[in-house]
Design a protein around this ligand. Structure first.
Ligand code: MG
Length: 191
């Protein structure tokens, strides 16, 4: 059976945005994030992470290292009795010195290939999709893919809302202080 699905950005939404995260110690999950993901999962939603990781194309870290970060994240979630259903990342940057990553790709947000790939591999109900993120590019991708969208004020969120809100051609459906409150707005049918 197809399930409602919440796509979640990673840096600045699930974990503190510390620039390009190239050490395990710099990867710090927000204290409210495991509870937010558990609430969604316990209520029958799929949870899928959608993240741009151009640090790979820029030679700052490898895909192997990114996997270590994601293992650390999943261990934290599992300790809290939950997990995500998938993680989709874009490693590309067209100015990369590594030809395999120097691609003007279709996956880098706000493009929607990561969501399309998720739909191909998971039982996602296309009519009930949400995107939560801290940057307007997350919101744009969500809108482009047919999601309801929630912008959080953690990470870059508060700054982008303060400085750029009036420039956005389409606004997010909801603005929440953080991922947990974003989650509650979905579960309480506020959006
Ligand atoms: Mg982010």
């Amino acid at each position: 059976m197809k399930k409602p699905t919440v796509f979640i950005d990673r840096d600045g939404t699930i974990n503190r945005d510390a620039g390009y995260i190239n050490s395990l110690d710099n990867f710090e999950v927000y204290p409210f994030a495991p509870q937010a993901i558990k609430l969604l999962k316990d209520n029958g939603y799929l949870v899928v992470i959608i993240t741009n990781q151009a640090g790979i194309a820029r030679g700052i870290f490898t895909e192997n290292f990114l996997e270590k970060i994601h293992n650390k994240m999943r261990k934290i979630l599992q300790k809290n009795g939950t997990d995500v259903d998938g993680i989709f990342y874009c490693p590309h940057y067209k100015g990369s010195k590594m030809p395999e990553y120097a691609i003007d790709c279709d996956c880098r947000k706000p493009k929607i290939k990561m969501i399309e790939d998720a739909i191909k591999t998971l039982p996602i109900d296309r009519d009930s999709m949400y995107m939560i993120g801290d940057k307007y590019t997350d919101i744009q991708m969500g809108i482009n893919a047919g999601c309801k969208t929630i912008m959080v004020k953690t990470g870059y969120g508060a700054g982008e809302i303060e400085n750029d809100y009036h420039n956005w051609p389409k606004k997010p459906d909801f603005i929440a202080d953080n991922l947990l409150l974003a989650t509650l707005s979905i579960l309480n049918k506020k959006i």
